[in-house]
Structures are given as structure tokens and as C-alpha cells.
Design a binder for this molecule. Structure first.
Ligand code: MEV
Length: 422
């Protein structure tokens, strides 16, 4: 299959079906591939077409449910969309092991988002800073006029802050609009506010505004979760100390911290995706927050309580919403929220933070004890079994034999399947 050209004028004007035909012709796709893409599953083509540009199909990702979670005293089933094996099982295991100690306790610092307005071309930035701050009530009026619906729901402008930064070509004056976006993720709301305020900032200061956009470092929207794992539930002091040593490693070494936080995000992003929220926004915020001290560090912290039990905490920006974007338009995302019984963006963020902590516990425990390959391999073995053509009962039989032989490989699976079929 070779693409003959990447120029397809007018592609965007076609229907998804027509586009698929066009792309198939251009890329030389066969009938099977066309039929595969034409089946959009539980996201109908018209809805998909209203979400992004140049739609030709949809991509299904498995949706699992994490069990055993107790968050602030409430039982909650957590839908997770991920392509990675072991992620859902890890949360189930971690949550089960802290149920006896009451599960997860969570809190949120607020639902404030920041939009930035960049101003350049002033020689006296401190003077400009005060000029902008003096217009706080004008800024409030502009912001709140921009989004009356948000105002009706108890949100809206909360504060203005102005920072003076040293740019390559002179000073930069950066205005932060601090806005309570309540149950919305808030990107659209605050971006519109920044665009509305920017011309006035230029007018008041005589400078020139460029960027007007939210910051994904949502550090006024921190979700916090904590939990205790008793020594008895985790299997003793040696396991606890292994987890503490793993945490220590992440906290002093960015190479390890990146992997440690990747594990946290395995859980976080899976729930963010399942609920139709913006995974990239949450990921960017999480990693920027992890680097706030100047060194990239762990998003979680692990300690020992007075009784020797293991305690874990997580604190991270979690800008997620219940209204707007795919959360509303994607039918699966709406049902995912129903499964969780979530009514506010705050509850969603807090639950996601708890999942991130659970995920990290499970990863550190596995790494500090048996290693992660054992668990991974059992699921990976099933994938391999399916890959070589095993069906029905054969899948488990081939997978078990692969694990028993300690050789989870395609050629071994083929041989096992062959001998099974006699
Ligand atoms: C794999 O997706 C995630 C882990 O690497 C996380 C970690 O190392 O902490 C297991």
C-alpha cells in the first residue's frame, strides 16, 4: 500500500463515508480495511464527524472497570479506557488492599483556571503591571460578560495577577486571569476571556499583546488523595520498605521519576479518557507540576505512620469537567460518568487522583517485590495466544502454557496451539 498523494482537495467537505472511499483509493486500502473503518462501533459516524475534522472512522480502546474503590466513604466503580494490560487490574488490587483502612480520602483546592495574556513592547514593565492591576473591576466586567452562563452557575472571574518576566527581547508583562470554571474544564471560557481582555491591556499600557490562552499548569485546581495501607494488608515491613525505597528513588532521580509518574498517569489518563476529558491537558499539567521545584519529582509521596503502616498521598492539577467537549458529545463518556455516579467536576477530579495513587501503589509494590513482568506476562500471553489464532478455550490453555514455560513468544504459542489441536 502506497499513498499516491497527500493532497486531497475538498476532503473536509465530504461525508465520512465518501472521505473513507477517497482515502482508501489514495492509500490503496482493500475492501476488508474499508469495511473495518466503516464500522464505527458505538460512536456513530455523524457524531464523530461533529467532533473532529476529516473523520473516516473511529478507534476503539478497551473500556474496563476498576472495582474495590472507596472514595470518601463511598463505593465507586471507575471506568478506565486504556490499551495497556495490567492497568485496570492494578487499581483493583491496590484499592482492595486499602479498603480495610477506609479507602481514599480526597479534597480539591478549588476549580480555578488561569488564562494568560502576553504583553510586550513596554519599557517600564512595573508601571504597566500596576496599570493593569488598577483595572481589576474593568477586567472582571469583561470576563463575566464573556460568559454569563458560567456566572449563572456560580463561576466567573475571581482575580487578576500580573507577572513581569525577562524575555529575550526585553520585558514581558504577563496577566493572569483567575477564573472559577466550576463543572466545566474551562478552556473555552478562559480563552474567550483572555481574547476579550487583551485589547484593553494593550490600550491601558501602550504595549502589544500576543498570546491569549489558558495555562495547563492548573495549580489552583489541585486534586488531593491519601490512603493508608496496613502492614498486614500489604504483606509486611519488607514490602513497605521496598515501596519507600522506590519512592525515594523517584524523588531524587528524574529518570526514575518520569517512569514513576508514567505509572500514575496510566490510571489518571485512563479515567480522563473514559470520561471524554482532555488527556493532554491533564498530562501537561501533571508533569509541569511535578517539575515545579526546578527538579522533576514524584507526584506521590510515601511515608510510614506511627503504627508502621504505609501512607500514600498524591497532589496534582486535575482540570476535568462534566460539561462541554467530548464529555457531553461522546455517548460512552456520558455513560462512564453514570457508572461513577459523579455529579460534579470536583468529585471526578478527586476520584481520578485516588486512581492515580492506587496505580502508583500497585506499580511500586510489584516493582519492589516480584517485578512487573509476572503480572504483565499473564495478560500478554493471552494477547499472543489470540495473535496466533487461538479461539475459545484455546486462548487460556495456550496462555497458561506460555507462562508455565516462561517463554511468552509467538513461535512458542504457535507450537502449543498446534499440539493442542493434535
Ligand atoms: C508501566 O506502564 C508503568 C510502570 O513502569 C510504572 C513504574 O515503573 O512505576 C510499571
Amino acid at each position: 500500500m502506497t499513498t499516491t498523494t497527500s493532497r486531497i482537495p475538498g476532503l473536509h467537505k465530504l461525508s465520512p463515508r465518501e472521505r473513507l472511499q477517497k482515502v482508501a483509493e489514495t492509500a490503496g486500502l482493500g475492501d476488508d480495511a474499508i469495511a473495518h473503518l466503516a464500522d464505527t462501533g458505538n460512536l456513530d459516524a455523524a457524531t464523530a464527524d461533529s467532533m473532529i475534522e476529516n473523520v473516516i472512522g473511529t478507534l476503539n480502546i478497551p473500556l474496563g472497570v476498576a472495582t474495590n474503590m472507596v472514595v470518601d466513604g463511598q463505593e465507586v466503580l471507575v471506568p478506565m479506557a486504556t490499551e495497556e494490560s495490567s492497568v485496570v487490574a492494578a487499581v483493583c488490587n491496590a484499592a482492595r488492599q486499602c479498603r480495610g483502612s477506609g479507602g481514599f480520602t480526597t479534597a480539591m483546592s478549588g476549580s480555578l483556571m488561569i488564562a494568560q495574556v502576553q504583553l510586550v513592547g513596554v519599557t517600564n514593565p512595573e508601571f504597566a503591571r500596576l496599570q493593569i492591576l488598577e483595572h481589576k473591576s474593568d477586567i472582571q466586567a469583561i470576563c463575566d460578560d464573556t460568559d454569563p452562563v458560567l456566572l449563572k452557575h456560580g463561576g466567573g472571574f475571581r482575580d487578576v495577577e500580573v507577572r513581569v518576566l525577562e524575555g529575550r527581547d526585553g520585558p514581558m508583562v504577563v496577566t493572569h486571569l483567575v477564573v472559577d470554571t466550576r463543572d466545566a474544564m474551562g478552556a473555552n471560557a478562559v480563552n474567550s476571556m483572555a481574547e476579550a481582555v487583551a485589547p484593553r491591556v494593550a490600550e491601558w499600557t501602550g504595549g502589544r499583546t500576543y498570546l491569549r490562552i489558558l495555562s495547563n499548569l492548573a495549580d489552583r485546581r489541585l486534586a488531593r488523595a491519601r490512603a493508608t495501607w496496613s502492614l498486614e494488608d500489604i504483606g509486611g515491613a519488607e514490602v513497605r520498605d521496598g515501596i519507600l525505597a522506590a519512592y525515594d528513588f523517584a524523588d531524587i532521580d528524574p529518570y526514575r521519576a518520569a517512569t514513576h509518574n508514567k505509572g500514575v498517569m496510566n490510571g489518571v489518563s485512563a479515567v480522563v479518557l473514559a470520561t471524554g476529558n482532555d488527556t493532554r491537558a491533564v498530562e501537561a499539567g501533571a508533569h509541569a507540576y511535578a517539575a515545579r521545584s526546578g527538579q522533576y519529582r514524584s507526584l506521590t509521596r510515601w511515608e510510614v505512620d506511627a503504627d508502621g503502616n504505609l501512607t500514600g498521598t498524591i497532589e496534582m492539577p486535575l482540570a476535568v469537567g462534566l460539561i462541554g467537549g467530548a464529555t457531553r458529545s461522546h455517548p460512552t463518556a456520558r455513560i462512564a460518568l453514570d457508572i461513577m455516579g459523579i455529579q460534579t467536576a470536583e468529585r471526578l477530579a478527586c476520584t481520578i487522583a485516588a486512581v492515580g495513587l492506587a496505580q502508583n501503589f500497585a506499580a511500586l509494590k510489584a516493582l519492589a517485590t516480584t517485578g512487573i513482568q509476572k503480572g504483565h506476562m499473564a495478560l500478554h500471553a493471552k494477547n499472543i495466544a489470540v495473535m496466533v489464532g487461538a479461539t475459545g478455550d484455546e486462548v487460556d490453555k495456550v496462555a497458561q502454557e506460555l507462562v508455565a514455560q516462561g517463554k511468552v513468544r509467538v513461535n512458542v504459542a504457535e507450537a502449543i496451539l498446534k499440539s493442542l489441536r493434535g
